[in-house]
Design a protein around this ligand. Structure first.
Ligand code: MN
Length: 353
């Protein structure tokens, strides 16, 4: 038996909704996956890309990652990975860095890693133009691409993948679990996406998990992950009543709003009063402005949250983020902002000098 844990799209370092709690959640999901690998006694964790949210993970993100990788190493479990679009850098990749430390193997398209006699190949994310995978005689291929079977604009045709020669294809990039059993030259080919390990976008509604796969038989079992609760309120439900009568403590509340009976601000206020970690309202109501500008889907009652989220998506330096936090921190009096920012810059300057 060559049992592996197939995961991917971990997105460690994603400060979703501008919240440190969410950043923790993404790291914790990775550590949970590591624990699962130990519990399941797998031979390897195969990571299909997007270990990190971006190419510049912070110290806390690297610390959690290293903790996980050392735990795997101590347990004698290989960590085999490829590079996803989110973390891809020019030159040296984080995965190469971990490989250099003896904590990971960067899988290659032209050089197999032998896992209990089974060749395993990997293809880093290679762009959004249509791609053709290399051909193989047998084994496993790991890649981070969008299949045409999950997205009409997907760059990788399922057919090409099914006929590249490997018996198993482990994918990342698409955040939902999918599994296909294709037939090619009288052989059954398993092609699967493992899905993300924390909800990276609001539409990732289904529960998160990983694949446990026996590479010899092709048997696949799902294992569920315990993630941050997301509380969804459908457009045909009464959001106020639902929030009042449910336990939403520490949850991310997602409200699809179709009725004009309530304002977004009212819903957000109630959500936070009831202990929600974050409240996101997706406004489905038609307004003349929206008809003219259909690209605007989300309205924010709370400007502060909208700004926080927008900033978290920008690739600002940690220093710039800290300055932004000082400026917008309501606990810091306006008259003290100048002093706080100056002190921060002086500390940074001294650290560099
Ligand atoms: Mn991803």
């Amino acid at each position: 038996m060559a049992k592996v844990l197939h995961t991917g799209d971990t997105h460690i370092g994603f400060r979703q909704y501008g919240l440190e709690e969410r950043r923790d959640d993404f790291a914790k999901a990775f550590l949970q996956v590591v624990q699962l690998a130990l519990d399941e006694s797998v031979a390897a964790v195969i990571h299909a890309g997007d270990l990190f949210e971006d190419r510049t993970p912070g110290a806390e993100d690297l610390l959690a990652t290293l903790q996980g990788l050392f735990t795997l190493k101590d347990a004698g479990i290989h960590f085999l990975g490829i590079v996803g679009n989110h973390e891809q850098r020019r030159g040296v990749q984080w995965l190469d860095f971990f490989e250099e430390l003896g904590l990971a193997v960067h899988l290659r398209p032209d050089r197999a890693f032998e896992l209990e006699g089974i060749p395993v190949y990997g293809l880093d994310f290679s762009g959004r133009r249509e791609i053709t995978p290399p051909t193989y005689a047998d084994g496993v291929l790991v890649c981070h691409q969008l299949l045409d079977a999950v997205d009409l604009d997907g760059e990788l045709p399922l057919e090409k993948l099914a006929s590249c020669g490997t018996r198993i294809v482990l994918l990342g990039d698409y955040h939902e679990y999918r599994e296909w059993r294709e037939r090619y030259k009288n052989r059954e080919i398993l092609i699967t996406y493992c899905g993300s390990t924390e909800r990276w976008a609001l539409d990732e509604v289904s529960e998160r998990g990983v694949n446990i796969i026996d590479l010899k038989s092709g048997r696949l079992d799902r294992r569920r992950l315990k993630t941050r609760p997301f509380f969804y309120v459908r457009a045909d439900e009464d959001p106020i009543q639902r929030l009042e009568n449910s336990n939403i403590q520490n949850a991310v509340v997602v409200v699809y709003l179709a009725s004009s009976q309530w304002t977004i601000a009212e819903i957000e206020k109630l959500g936070y009063e009831r202990g929600a970690l974050a409240v996101r309202v997706r406004d489905l109501r038609e307004s003349p402005a929206q008809e003219a500008e259909p690209s605007i889907e989300i309205e924010f009652g709370d400007v502060e949250h909208a700004v926080t989220e927008a900033i978290s998506r920008k690739s600002l330096s940690p220093l710039a983020r800290e300055i932004d936090q000082i400026i917008r921190d309501l606990k810091i009096a306006d008259s003290n902002v100048d002093h706080e920012v100056t002190a921060l810059l002086e500390r940074a300057w001294r650290a560099k000098a």
